[in-house]
Design a binder for this molecule. Structure first.
Ligand SMILES: *[C@@H]1O[C@H](CO)[C@@H](O)[C@H](O)[C@H]1NC(C)=O
Ligand SMILES: *[C@@H]1O[C@H](CO)[C@@H](O)[C@H](O)[C@H]1NC(C)=O
Ligand SMILES: *[C@@H]1O[C@H](CO)[C@@H](O)[C@H](O)[C@H]1NC(C)=O
Ligand SMILES: *[C@@H]1O[C@H](CO)[C@@H](O)[C@H](O)[C@H]1NC(C)=O
Ligand SMILES: *[C@@H]1O[C@H](CO)[C@@H](O)[C@H](O)[C@H]1NC(C)=O
Length: 261
């Protein structure tokens, strides 16, 4: 080995090592500001400022999906007018699988995750309350674990219907599609499937549609379906439902359709 080869190897080693050595600091202030009841929040940092100084109606449930750019996430409650009957929570949601939850109660405390995606949920209780300001900052490496949804939709209407893919074509392999039924008007709803054509298997191990309802402060699985049989209507007691569609690497079909009212 001559010195030139050693020089080349050094250059290659430095070049390949470089990307993981670039760690990004937190933004000084949030770059994205959200004021709606729920939605998709995508950025290196964000502030969810909901009804600060206003009033949140009794029974209101909101769900925000936070997709942070970098892998190290810090949430902090800046201001809160929430009462003891209200519940603000974080739920880990990597690969659209509900995971570890925090109860966000303390202004100024840090609630951290080592990867995204994270759901932020608000459930307003009976007591008088005003809103809150929750900030998220991400830092470190680009987040390899989070995101990657092939489709994401939030429905705020009181009643509605949707189909997927809905373009007359079959769905794709390797999908992780997320549909959130989160009517901005509080109240229970019923979700009813009106079409189902998803690769069938015992236990729906290949392709599946899973419906979660928000219950007892978390996502509770109500049905996991595939094939062509329509499941019975599903009660969403709090009016909040999360529908997760996952497919494997082969065999696709027509998709599915559902409504809520
Ligand atoms: C977002 O709101 C924060 C306060 O929560 C403020 O400091 C920041 O400047 C706002 N950012 C944008 C982009 O409006
Ligand atoms: C999130 O934001 C990044 C950068 O602005 C963009 O490239 C990416 O497509 C966005 N992702 C989604 C799902 O909107
Ligand atoms: C969050 O609060 C609920 C009660 O609302 C409690 O059951 C749960 O254990 C708490 N979780 C954590 C992580 O403290
Ligand atoms: C929260 O994290 C920030 C940034 O790392 C730090 O400056 C602050 O002191 C932390 N606050 C608490 C209460 O640990
Ligand atoms: C929501 O409902 C309104 C009428 O109440 C309708 O105009 C609008 O198209 C609906 N939005 C969706 C996404 O279905």
């Amino acid at each position: 080995m001559n010195t030139f080869a050693v020089f080349l190897m050094t250059v290659v080693a430095v070049a390949t090592a470089a990307p993981s050595a670039i760690l990004v600091d937190e933004d000084p202030v949030p770059v994205v500001n959200v004021t709606t009841c729920g939605g998709f929040v995508n950025g290196s940092s964000a502030a969810i400022n909901f009804q600060l100084g206003g009033v949140i109606p009794v029974g209101q449930v909101c769900l925000w999906t936070v997709q942070a750019t970098y892998g190290s996430l810090r949430f902090t409650l800046k201001e809160s007018g929430l009462g003891s009957g209200d519940s603000l929570k974080l739920t880990r949601f990597i690969g659209a699988t509900p995971g570890y939850q925090y109860n966000v109660t303390e202004v100024g405390a840090n609630y951290t995750y080592t990867a995204g995606t994270v759901l932020v949920s608000l459930e307003a209780g009976a007591g008088a309350n005003s809103g809150f300001s929750l900030e998220m900052y991400s830092s470190g490496d680009l987040d390899a674990g989070g995101g990657g949804f092939t489709h994401y939709a939030t429905y705020l209407n009181s009643t509605g219907a949707t189909s997927y893919p809905g373009n007359g074509l079959p769905y794709n392999n390797d999908e992780t599609a997320v549909f959130i039924v989160s009517p901005s008007q509080a109240g229970s709803r019923t979700l009813t499937f009106t079409g189902m054509d998803v690769e069938g298997s015992t236990g729906c191990i290949y392709d599946s549609v899973e419906v979660f309802a928000w219950e007892m402060g978390g996502l509770s699985s109500k049905a996991r379906v595939c094939g062509t049989q329509l499941p019975p209507p599903i009660a969403l007691d709090k009016g909040l439902g999360v529908i997760i569609f996952k497919t494997d690497s082969s065999v696709t079909s027509g998709g599915f359709a559902f409504n809520w009212m």
